[in-house]
Design a protein around this ligand. Structure first.
Ligand SMILES: NC(=O)c1ccc[n+]([C@@H]2O[C@H](COP(=O)([O-])OP(=O)(O)OC[C@H]3O[C@@H](n4cnc5c(N)ncnc54)[C@H](OP(=O)(O)O)[C@@H]3O)[C@@H](O)[C@H]2O)c1
Length: 244
């Protein structure tokens, strides 16, 4: 039974990934700060374990890692939980240091800390890390400075870790999606022309299935394959490794 940990599974892309994998027989551990939102979105979904909490909270990260260990392996770790920072989004000169710290903690420091907790499990299962990046990591848009800088940091941390450790990792820009976060970034705009997050999921899973060398990708550039999701498949655990 393949196992995924997906942060931010109660909405948007994280929810779309969680329900797709669970429907295909995966066990999925996921979180979100609002317990009500998690329960409403996923409460009755077989194979899904929900653990409410904030990824920036070290105790919550330990709880996520402990839940994964009860499942005995980790094939996919998705860093999806993220913040834009204070809303409405604003110029760097109008951000307080505490705002910057919070955006850094959620978008970059927490994914690194969670990955470190789970490295033995990932290496045991030859699992894959997917860090949800953004075009803002490589482009400079007014009012997107804190978010973009932390997404650039997330890319760097993800891919440096892959260079240092025996683990495959991808920083992936999912592209614009019709989600709560996107609406928060463009308050009052009609975002109904943006693709739904469900359309991005096959690209992410095709990347995991194909397993090119670690690197940064735009989801839209990853060709979709026809194989069932379960073919994302799990590899045999590394012989002699008992890290989980
Ligand atoms: N939407 C886009 O156009 C777009 C474009 C480029 C990149 N991305 C990236 O794609 C990823 C998914 O975005 P999305 O648009 O699907 O987001 P979304 O719809 O806003 O969903 C975010 C999810 O993360 C959870 N979350 C937020 N902060 C959290 C925290 N501190 N701890 C734990 N969970 C937290 C939310 O639940 P709670 O609020 O209850 O915590 C929710 O389940 C993000 O990394 C985002 O930066 C999105």
């Amino acid at each position: 039974m393949p196992v995924a940990l997906i942060t931010g599974g109660s909405a948007g892309l994280g929810l779309a990934l969680t329900t797709t994998l669970a429907a295909d027989g995966w066990s999925v551990v996921t979180d979100g700060r609002s317990a009500d939102r998690l329960r409403d979105a996923l409460g009755a979904t077989p194979g899904v374990m929900t653990i409410p909490g904030d990824v920036a909270d070290p105790d919550h990260r330990v709880a996520l890692a402990a839940a994964v260990r009860t499942l005995g392996r980790l094939d996919l770790l998705v860093h999806g939980a993220s913040t834009l920072g204070p809303l409405p989004m604003r110029a760097l000169r109008d951000l307080e240091p505490a705002d910057l710290t919070r955006v850094w903690e959620v978008n970059a420091a927490a994914p690194l800390a969670l990955t470190r907790l789970l490295l033995p499990s990932l290496q045991h299962s030859r699992g894959v890390i997917l860090s949800m990046s953004s075009d803002a990591a490589v482009e400079n848009y007014g009012t997107w400075g804190a978010y973009g800088a932390t997404k650039a940091a997330l890319d760097h941390l993800t891919l440096t870790l892959a260079a240092e450790e025996a683990v495959t990792a991808y920083a992936v820009d999912p592209g614009d999606m019709r989600t709560g976060m996107h609406q928060d970034a463009f308050p009052g705009d009609d975002i109904s022309d943006r693709p739904l997050p469900e359309t991005v999921v096959p690209h992410l899973l095709a990347l995991v299935r194909r397993r090119p060398p670690s690197g940064r990708h735009r989801a839209v550039d990853v060709p979709i394959s026809d194989e069932p999701v379960s073919d994302v498949a799990i590899l045999e655990p590394v012989a002699g490794r008992t890290g989980i």
